[in-house]
Design a protein around this ligand. Structure first.
Ligand SMILES: [Zn+2]
Length: 846
């Protein structure tokens, strides 16, 4: 749940800082090296999380230059920890340095107590669990900073997060140690170099934490970012590993740079890169810069800090999943773990050094970033307005994010006739504002982040980014919203008009309760009711009880009849859950409606609590699998069984009502018997929810959705392509791509799959696959002409994807197949699709 996000952040941080959770002592002589403490040489073994914690705690306890602060726990219950490293004098006034930094940037009220600056450096290690040299290097960097020359620490505060993703990393470490023999085998395709599905890159739920910095869908990110925003570092380096055959990568980053990136940020990336190069050259280390790793998608460990004023950087060491303790690379070299650690250590120390050499300028430019942002926002739109017509749940979600991002907002002044860009149509029109509307002015210190997250059309400098190219928040949250070129300031604090339920005024034993169906929280309420064995009906037609309020399709109807077995508990469970989850509940004393279907009608079916199975296994897209798993387990808290496809021959499918297939071609690997059983299961009434074309392997002769083939190029176009210069080929290939762009879908909201939605939906399309309309079935979400809203779309695919199926339901025997060709829960941040996915689970086929 998002509602308590903000207060949680504050509490956690204050808990850490104020209650003196710091561990520190003033005996620097007794700090042991990682080797002495851990009992093995650098690169000889992998250090598991608990030993990493032991070592950093040892350093904090024995060095007067280091303080340790636990800042949270992972899903797996492992501790997350920060180390603050500086001189004892600086550490003594650490909180003063922190608040002065925020104040001078205009991010905190009050006057700074001093104009003296320190460069604040934040080093993040091992956000990807199987990129293991990062955390090991953090230990050596911590040790050197704690025991070496302290010149650079006088000018800096170094914040080290030695292990951002302990669950992922321990998955790798445990697997590796179980798999390797007495001596490491460098042969690169041997068992110890090939991780099992779903590998250890991601966190417990297989979510990529390095796509989550802005969206904070995972607890690791949420807890980390709470502290990050309390510090707002000037330099952020994120330590990664890439394939074993590439040497080392550091700043400056590759194009495309987002247009919001300032000249100073570009310039200092160059300065840092030159400093690293000097150290790498000294030891004849090989490296590259300005390739592959771009600065565009705002939710990475380099871009998110960049849009928050820092010099944000990714460092990449050769290694990653195939690295092991030693591996033979393509050029015949043996890459050892020790060498990987050393490179990362050199880059880390060089970062501290170069920041220290320029510390005053680094700090000044950081403050200037926010001053300039407030005075002259870079983007054409100076004001964003989120209509007060959006549902309270959507407004709540948005404000919890704005609070987490440190973006200020208020309510709009009453204004007639403002020219505004409507996100829905992407056209200018005249609107009027009132005090119910939420207004965000770009004239504020955080305006760069604001504009990057809200700009209606992302400004793509170059199409060759390796990630999605559109993410505007109003689309991701499905908000009615406007962007205005004029400056308008908020007229006062914004508050949401939550409908309140006066439970005490309710009749003791009403005929039924009604609850609306508009958001993920409503689906959560349903999921909880079902787990309490409450029998729930839902409206398939709009209805009215009093001729005034219309209850839309999907409205939950909890009748007393059918719940007799609960006795009086029925009322208390229904009411208490609604109260706990902040749901509005309306009690009615009749089942007779004024318009629509009466509650006893066959048009008001029962939701039979579905028994849900999720399939994974080698070949399944681990991220998509993880998104579904996280949604079921953490967001709906709904019981489900997970199977790997290799074990499907042991599953009795009739034990389940819903089977979810994440993206991937893995069903090609199951036996014909299992394929037959799955088809029979659908025909007997099962509901198969398939992401992308995962169901394809079950298709015996064009029964299912049909993938459209790309149009053949004309002879002329083919010749032009054949004669393309080598250097232009990659760019030409991009003309056939969609790299994560936003489209307007026409939605048939009379179908249960789209209950709770208007007649449109913004979809994030992450590829150029297009499917034909279903001949026998419901084309619920369709992409028609003029649908493109934001992001990169290659010119060759525009016509290809028009008039194609995005979401559909195909009856098959007595069962149904639900097609989700775009991912409605992409990375967990495409919040507006969550209800659609819940509809697929609970409503379709009931
Ligand atoms: Zn990585």
């Amino acid at each position: 749940m998002k509602t308590s996000l903000c207060s949680l952040f504050v509490l956690f941080f204050l808990g850490g800082m104020m209650q003196a959770a710091f561990v520190s002592a003033a005996v620097s002589q007794s700090v042991q090296s990682p080797e002495a403490f851990l009992g093995y040489e650098k690169g000889e073994r992998l250090t598991p999380h608990h030993r990493v914690m032991d070592y950093v705690t040892h350093v904090a306890e024995n060095s007067d230059r280091v303080m340790a602060e636990p800042y949270g726990k992972t899903y797996g219950g492992r501790t997350l920890m920060l180390l603050y490293v500086s001189t004892p004098e600086n550490l003594a006034r650490l909180d003063e340095i922190r608040t002065n930094n925020l104040r001078r940037a205009g991010l905190l009220g009050g006057e700074a107590t001093s104009l003296e600056s320190k460069a604040i450096i934040w080093l993040s290690y091992n956000v990807h669990g199987n990129e293991i040299s990062a955390t090991e290097a953090a230990l050596f960097t911590l040790y050197e900073l704690a025991t070496g020359d302290d010149t650079h620490l006088q000018n800096t505060v170094v914040i080290i997060d030695p292990l951002l993703n302990p669950d992922g990393r321990d998955r790798y470490v445990n697997w590796y140690h179980q798999t390797a023999g007495r001596q490491p085998d460098p042969y690169r395709t041997s068992r110890e170099h090939i991780e099992p599905w779903p590998n250890a890159r991601t966190n417990h739920y297989n979510i990529d934490l390095n796509r989550d910095w802005a969206w904070q869908t995972q607890i690791e990110t949420r807890q980390r970012m709470a502290v990050y925003h309390q510090w707002m570092p000037h330099i952020h380096a994120d330590f990664h590993e890439m394939g074993v055959d590439q040497p080392y990568y550091f700043a400056p980053a590759a194009e495309p740079f987002h247009v919001a990136i300032t000249d100073w940020q570009r310039e200092f990336q160059q300065t840092i890169g030159e400093n690293h190069a000097r150290h790498f050259d000294d030891d004849f280390r090989v490296y590259f810069t300005r390739e592959i790793f771009d600065l565009f998608y705002p939710s990475y460990g380099d871009t998110y800090p960049t849009f928050n004023g820092a010099i944000g950087m990714t460092y990449e060491q050769a290694g990653n999943t195939q690295g092991g303790l030693s591996v033979i690379t393509a050029d015949g070299d043996t890459l050892t773990f020790a060498r990987r650690i050393l490179n990362q250590h050199v880059a880390g120390m060089s970062t501290v050094e170069v920041a220290s050499m320029h510390y005053e300028r680094v700090a000044e430019e950081f403050f200037r970033f926010f001053r300039d942002a407030a005075e002259t926002p870079y983007a054409p739109h100076k004001t964003y307005v989120i209509s007060g017509n959006n549902t309270p749940d959507k407004l709540q979600l948005l404000t919890s994010y704005l609070d987490a991002w440190g973006i200020s907002y208020g309510h709009a002044p009453n204004t007639r006739s403002v020219r505004a860009l409507d996100y829905q149509s992407l056209e200018e029109r005249t609107i009027s504002l009132n005090s119910q509307d939420l207004l965000i002015s770009a004239h504020q210190p955080k305006s760069v982040l604001l504009n990057v997250l809200f700009e209606p059309r992302t400004t793509v400098v170059d199409s060759l980014t390796y990630d999605i190219t559109a993410w505007a928040v109003p689309y991701a949250m499905g908000l009615e919203a406007f962007a205005i070129e004029r400056r308008i300031d908020p007229a006062g604090p914004f508050s949401i008009n939550h409908p309140v339920t006066d439970f005490s005024a309710m009749p003791e034993q009403p005929y039924a309760y009604l609850a609306r169906w508009e958001s993920k929280q409503d689906a959560f309420y349903l999921a909880q009711l079902l787990q309490h064995d409450i029998r729930v009906r839902f409206a398939t037609q709009p209805f009215s009880m009093d001729g005034q309020r219309t209850w839309e399709r999907g409205t939950l109807i909890l009748t007393r009849r059918g719940n007799e077995q609960h006795g009086d508990r029925f009322d208390s469970v229904v009411r208490e859950l609604a109260d706990e989850l902040g749901r509005e509940l309306v009690a009615v004393n009749t089942g007779l409606v004024m318009s629509g279907r009466d509650f006893g009608s066959s048009g008001v079916p029962m939701v039979h609590a579905p028994r849900v199975a999720l399939i994974g296994g080698p070949g399944a897209n681990p991220n998509n699998f993880g998104e579904v798993w996280h949604f079921l387990d953490q967001e709906l808290e709904y019981p489900h069984s997970v199977f790997e496809h290799t074990h499907l021959n042991r599953v009795n499918f009739s034990d389940f009502d819903v089977i979810i297939l994440p993206q991937g071609g893995y069903l090609n690997q199951v036996s014909n018997q299992v394929k037959d059983d799955l088809r029979r299961w659908i025909r007997n009434g099962g509901r198969m929810i398939t992401f992308g074309n995962a169901i394809r392997a079950l298709d015996e002769g064009d029964q299912f959705q049909e993938l459209r083939s790309m149009p053949e190029p004309t002879d002329e176009a083919r010749t032009a392509q054949q004669l393309l210069r080598a250097e232009d080929r990659r760019r030409d290939a991009a003309a056939s791509l969609i790299t994560g762009s936003i489209y307007y879908l026409n939605l048939d909201n009379s179908h249960p799959l789209a209950f709770g939605y208007p007649e449109f939906y913004y979809s994030l399309k992450s590829g150029a696959n297009a499917f034909e309309y279903l001949e026998s079935g419901f084309n619920v979400g369709t992409l028609q002409a003029g649908a493109h809203r934001s992001g990169f779309q290659g010119y060759r695919v525009k016509d290809h994807i028009e008039n194609s199926l995005i979401f559909g339901v195909q009856p098959y025997g007595r069962g149904n197949i639900v097609y989700l060709n775009d991912n409605p829960i992409f990375r967990g941040f495409w919040h507006n699709g969550a209800l659609l996915f819940a509809n697929a689970i609970f409503f379709v086929g009931q």
